[in-house]
Design a protein around this ligand. Structure first.
Ligand code: DC
Length: 225
């Protein structure tokens, strides 16, 4: 393997496989894993707890400025622990009441600016893999290797549905469909840092690929000089 430069960046829509793939690649290559979506989710949870309306952009931005988030990835267990103000919120932030509304927070300009600063700080000096919606375009446009993962909407809905069932969350496939379609729309049409495919990102359609196939494809690309 050639000397690995610090940053690997992955973007793509919900359910395209970013988290699963990034975690496995992190484990195989010994990288630090940064799930940036978890950070927006943690802010949404903080706002819910503080009873701040998601449309109140000024107050949401204030909360973002002072948020204390830490991400701890244990490569042995494959578990990501998300700490908000020192408390483990890993499960809470995946619940539907957060998933349904997190996009409204993620579209606020000041929120994004704070999150980008935090994300760069978390990745600083480490060999890291980051995944989200604007990693290849805004957070680390000069990343060593950039990827855009995609999959057909029906497949992405199916994956999210199965994932929630596995976690014993009460869920209906029709609601997952509504949520994914709504988030796709907000995340890709928002004014600030919308999800888009960077020209120089390697595009991988994961619809018909196994997890191993995608992981191998990503590692192969990282290892290319
Ligand atoms: O990847 P996820 O589903 O956990 O992301 C949660 C939300 O956060 C998603 O609706 C879009 C937003 N997000 C973002 O705007 N930018 C990122 N880098 C990561 C996530």
């Amino acid at each position: 393997m050639t000397a690995l430069k610090p940053i690997i960046a992955i973007d793509g829509p919900a359910g395209s496989g970013k988290s699963t793939i990034a975690k496995l690649v992190a484990k195989k290559l010994g990288l630090s894993y940064i799930d940036t979506g978890a950070m927006y989710r943690a802010l949404a949870l903080k706002a819910k707890k503080a009873n701040v309306d998601f449309r109140d952009e000024g107050n949401i931005a204030e909360l973002a400025k002072t948020i204390d988030i830490d991400l701890r990835y244990d490569a042995k267990t494959g578990q990501l622990t998300v700490l908000l103000e020192g408390r483990d919120v890993s499960e809470e932030i995946r619940k539907p009441y957060i998933t349904d509304e997190v996009s409204s927070i993620a579209k606020i300009k000041e929120v994004r600016e704070h999150m980008v600063t935090l994300q760069r700080r978390l990745a600083q000096g480490k060999r890291s893999i980051l995944e989200g919606r604007d990693i290849t375009t805004v957070v680390f446009p000069d990343a060593y290797k950039k990827f855009y993962l995609d999959a057909d909407p029906d497949e992405r809905i199916r994956r999210r549905y199965l994932e929630m069932k596995e976690k014993n969350m009460p869920v209906e496939e029709s609601n997952v469909k509504i949520n994914i379609e709504k988030r796709d729309r907000i995340d890709s049409t928002r004014e600030h840092a919308p999800l888009r495919r960077a020209k120089d990102a390697v595009y991988i359609d994961t619809t018909k690929l196994s997890i191993d196939e995608v992981v191998n494809r990503v590692i192969e690309e990282i290892n290319k000089p």
